[in-house]
Design a protein around this ligand. Structure first.
Ligand code: NAP
Length: 243
């Protein structure tokens, strides 16, 4: 049990999730991270979180597997007693032109990037409703708002998160639970490190540079902790990519 706010960041071991975890730990929260397979990265992030004074642990589970999610959320609640902030961040890409995209790539991305929000939010929302307080931030993408050739699966999942965010905000507002989304643009992480023609992407960004994971973490912290009267919103953090 703890007096601090308890935060769960899915996919919190690397990239944007890691930056969110560190930012929320710096703000005085106890931050729990989830990861899928890279135990070394998760252990390193937990050490960094502990160094910031956070009572942190990592939990390995596949966010696209309801049974694994339920089992691990129950363990987290048993240990920490509550969850005040949920960041639904874990995600993957399996890009291909639609004409070539098989059901495997479609399902992998829909399951990991969209169904995961259903699975993880379900037990956490029940808890937050009992607490009569909580904040959820879903990691969408500008691709979910504007589309992208070669990413029909990813765009569909990320657009789905926007509808999910707004609907939950309407359902849960009267219980003191806020639900928002962040839509990052082009952010330097493992997910984007092998993309070809990076210079072409940069030309389309007003600030002419990629964002950093920390840029997204600042927006997530704002929505999760710094405001109490914003819900159902999608905050685009893209360096002016979509204006
Ligand atoms: P990343 O560097 O590839 O990190 C992905 C994280 O998600 C890792 O911690 C990974 O764990 C975890 N993960 C993946 N599949 C999982 C699963 N099935 N169950 C549990 N955890 C899982 O990605 P990122 O760039 O930080 O992206 C984070 C989020 O931001 C994603 O939702 C992504 O779609 C979104 N986003 C990214 C960008 C961008 O430009 N990078 C732009 C817009 C939106 P392991 O280390 O164990 O694999």
């Amino acid at each position: 049990m703890t007096d601090k706010k308890v935060v769960l960041v899915t996919g919190g071991s690397r990239g944007i999730g890691r930056a969110c975890a560190l930012e929320l730990a710096k703000a005085g929260c106890d931050v729990v991270i989830n990861f899928a397979g890279n135990a070394e990265a998760a252990a390193k992030t937990v050490e960094e979180l502990k160094a910031l004074g956070s009572n942190s642990e990592s939990y390995k589970f596949d966010v696209s597997n309801q049974a694994e999610v339920d089992e691990n959320i129950a363990k987290i609640v048993e240990k920490y007693g509550r969850i005040d902030v949920l960041i639904n961040n874990a995600g993957i890409t399996r890009d291909d032109l639609f004409i070539r995209m098989g059901e495997d790539k479609w399902n992998a991305v829909i399951n990991t990037n969209l169904n995961s929000a259903f699975y993880v939010s379900k037990p956490v929302v029940k808890l937050m409703m009992k607490q009569r307080s909580g904040a959820i931030v879903n990691m969408s993408s500008v691709v979910g708002l504007y589309g992208n050739a070669g990413q029909a699966n990813y765009a569909a999942a990320k657009a789905g998160l926007v509808g999910f965010t707004k609907s939950l905000a309407k359902e849960l507002g009267s219980r003191g639970v806020r639900v928002n989304a962040v839509a990052p643009g082009f952010i330097a992480t493992d997910m984007t490190k092998d993309l070809p023609n990076i210079d072409e992407y940069l030309k389309a960004i007003a600030l002419r540079r990629m964002g950093k994971a920390e840029d997204i973490a600042a927006a997530v912290k704002f929505l999760a902790l710094d405001t109490d009267y914003i819900t159902g919103q999608v905050l685009e953090v893209d360096g002016g990519m979509t204006i």
